[in-house]
Design a binder for this molecule. Structure first.
Ligand SMILES: Nc1ncnc2c1ncn2[C@@H]1O[C@H](COP(=O)(O)OP(=O)(O)OP(=O)(O)O)[C@@H](O)[C@H]1O
Length: 376
């Protein structure tokens, strides 16, 4: 069979743009295909911007897909930046005309949005967020994290993100790490500068991250909120009223009281608190004994108290032990559920992720393609 541009195009259907995660053929990125008589294929592939951080991945994936076609003797690939018109066409194709709304706030949205909240800083909110996200993505769900913790944005470091988001006119493409799309306030400030945004500016930034970022079709979006009951929590409730809240606390009674307040804000914003995670529970000692560094019972106290005040069950979803490996994994940029899934804290985190996955994508209204079995 002789090679044709259609055959090459068909093979390229399997290559996805690493940031947008759709076939490059659908995105209008395959610009030119020339096939020489000896089977050498020359391709021009359009990339979003000249400094596209994903150049190497695209080159590798395109070359591998074309080389695998029987009859291809070699591949030459030129990556050419899109012109303004091509970029605008791509942006419009992805986001649809000039719409600036928040996709997760639409009635038909099937994305579960969870805000990870805590009363105090440093209780492990970001650690919980990255591990839940990585675990959900490893289970095959499409997952995003919006790090809205303006005072302590640590998600990029904990997820090992080294690239910046790509801009296509007014659309922002989030970097993808460990299968998770990630946007952080920290990606928009220079170096380690402090963010001094307050109320209205924070609200606008959050709105922009939700509306201008190309999130694609997510199953789950996790929002890492700043600690406390401040502006960001209220803005989130206004921008995506269906956001559900997951409260993180330590076992300490004093911390639990503060965490209760963070959860109770949901009463005022009419949001649902789906559960409590107790982090930094007992430290397992080398002799197998357990040292309760931060006391015990905080998670249960918050769960009981929020159940009372909400008038609906707010279960304790899990207790994550203190573990040095968990801190080291955060520092190394690889979530522990991926690097040491057998460790006690990774198991606790994976089990919480499994309970979230089980609630994902309500099946109401979706055809399962099943027909009732007939009885004979
Ligand atoms: N269960 C745990 N065992 C050991 N270390 C942990 C555990 N949970 C979190 N840590 C470590 O504690 C520190 C604080 O955690 P993290 O940054 O996740 O908290 P946070 O609540 O998001 O803080 P902030 O409010 O400042 O954003 C980090 O160094 C993290 O690696």
């Amino acid at each position: 069979m002789s090679l044709t541009p259609e055959i090459i195009r068909k093979a390229l259907d399997a290559v996805k743009d690493p940031e947008i995660r759709r076939p490059i053929t659908d995105l209008g990125m395959v610009d030119k295909i020339d096939i020489a008589a000896n089977g050498h294929v020359s391709l021009v592939v359009l990339i979003t911007i000249a400094g596209c951080p994903m150049k190497d991945t695209i080159t590798r994936d395109v070359t591998a897909a074309v080389e695998a076609i029987p009859g291809v003797s070699g591949v030459s690939l030129a990556l050419v930046p899109m012109n303004d018109e091509q970029r605008q066409a791509l942006r419009d194709g992805l986001k649809g005309g000039a719409t600036k709304d928040i996709p997760f706030a639409r009635a038909e949205s099937r994305t579960r949005v969870y805000a990870i909240a805590s009363g105090k800083g440093g209780v492990g909110k970001s650690t919980v967020t990255v591990n839940l996200a990585a675990s959900l993505a490893a289970q095959g769900l499409s997952v995003g994290i919006l790090d809205a913790d303006v005072y302590g944005f640590s998600i990029p470091r904990m997820m090992g993100v080294t690239t910046r988001p790509t801009r296509i006119s007014d659309m922002i493409l989030p970097p993808v790490c460990h299968g998770v799309k990630i946007i952080s306030v920290g990606m928009f400030v220079e170096g380690n500068a402090a963010v001094v945004w307050r109320g209205p500016m924070l609200h606008r930034a959050l709105q922009q991250f939700l509306a201008d970022v190309f999130w694609g079709d997510l199953d789950v979006l996790l929002l890492d909120l700043p600690p406390g009951t401040g502006d960001v929590a209220i803005s989130t409730a206004q921008l995506i009223p269906s956001t559900e809240i997951l409260v993180v606390t330590t076992p300490q009674t004093a911390a639990a009281e503060v965490a209760e307040r963070a959860g109770a804000i949901a009463l005022q914003t009419r949001q649902k608190v789906i559960g409590v995670v107790e982090n930094m529970s007992g430290l397992v000692l080398p002799d197998g004994g357990i040292l309760d560094v931060f006391g015990t019972g905080g998670g249960q106290i918050v769960s009981d108290s929020l159940t009372r005040s909400m008038g609906a069950p707010v279960p304790l979803l899990g207790r994550i032990p203190l573990e040095i490996d968990l801190r080291e994994a955060g520092d190394a940029g690889v979530p522990l559920v991926l690097s040491h899934p057998e460790s006690a804290s990774a198991k606790a985190l994976s089990s919480i992720a499994a309970s979230l996955a089980a609630r994902s994508r309500p099946l109401v209204g979706i055809s399962l393609g099943l027909s009732p079995a007939s009885r004979t």
